[in-house]
Design a protein around this ligand. Structure first.
Ligand SMILES: Nc1ncnc2c1ncn2[C@@H]1O[C@H](COP(=O)(O)OP(=O)(O)OP(=O)(O)O)[C@@H](O)[C@H]1O
Ligand SMILES: [Mg+2]
Length: 258
């Protein structure tokens, strides 16, 4: 592998997705660097969520491939894998709808996700080890929920629930996590705090974020890929991308920014 490619964690190679003759994505090529926060932005219907669905193998591309490059292991072809296998390989995804167990405590939610999809049965018979608990506490500290560990997840504020979900991803030690609109429904200060949490997290893994809030993009993004009508319109540093006349025209024309 050439020197320049050693820092790549994910490669999307000429991916196209056709739904009943409609091109949701057309020959998309993207390379994401390790330990960076990459944003996919673009107006409604640009293909952002479809692209996340392709990466986590929820949707199969019509053509093209996605490769994941874990540290110290051979490259993994994500295309065509089962969705749950992808999590085991080290790629996590937080969906927009929160999926915490509201009647369980923050701690119990964390223990369940530690066990992955075998969680429920397994946690009835085995108590988490001391090392597991320490690990969970360290992650809860990261998202500022350590002193909420014994409250029921259902009583958390909206922002706290989102942070718990991020923590539930981290407990599985992913090398890449994907977040679809993590700041949706949050106020200014919660959004800012989410950004600070993501900047901490990127020390441990790479992050892909889909988000409409441009203040948030400016605060957090290392690199931005702009999608428009299923194609990559532009890619670069956040300042350059947002200053670009074509990008601005796309947003003004379609009202993509909330
Ligand atoms: N399963 C599907 N079948 C048919 N068309 C689909 C399907 N999923 C998505 N599309 C279409 O593909 C296009 C891209 O959708 P996608 O959800 O990826 O956009 P997006 O960039 O995430 O938009 P938003 O910002 O509104 O979330 C849209 O025109 C959408 O209607
Ligand atoms: Mg979407």
């Amino acid at each position: 592998m050439p020197q320049s490619e050693q820092n790549i964690v994910l490669k999307i190679n000429s991916v196209s997705v056709v739904f009943d003759g409609f091109f949701a994505l057309t020959e998309v090529d993207i390379a994401v660097e390790r330990h960076t926060i990459r944003f996919f932005i673009g107006p409604n219907g640009a293909g952002k969520t479809t692209l996340l669905d392709i990466i986590c193998a929820k949707t199969k591309p019509t053509s093209g491939t996605v490769q994941f490059f874990p540290v110290g292991r051979a490259p993994v072809r994500l295309t065509g894998m089962k969705e749950h296998r992808i999590v085991t390989e080290g790629v996590g995804r937080k969906f927009q709808v929160p999926s915490v167990f509201v009647n369980l405590t923050v701690m119990d939610n964390m223990v369940l996700s530690l066990r992955g999809h075998k969680g429920v049965i397994d946690s009835i018979f085995h108590r988490p080890s001391k090392a597991d608990i320490e690990d969970i506490e360290r992650i809860l500290e990261r998202v500022d929920l350590r002193d909420r560990r014994d409250v029921k997840a259902g009583t958390l504020a909206h922002g706290e629930k989102q942070w718990l979900e991020i923590a539930m991803q981290l407990v599985q030690k992913p090398e890449l996590i994907m977040l679809d609109e993590p700041a949706a429904g949050m106020g200014k200060s919660e959004t800012f705090k989410t950004g600070e949490i993501l900047r901490e997290i990127k020390k441990e893994c790479s992050v892909i974020v889909v988000e409409h809030d441009m203040e948030f993009v400016k605060q957090v993004a290392d690199m931005v890929t702009v999608l428009h009508e299923g194609k990559v319109l532009m890619e670069g540093q956040v300042g350059d991308v947002l200053a670009d006349k074509t990008v601005q025209a796309v947003y003004l024309g379609r009202g993509g920014e909330r």
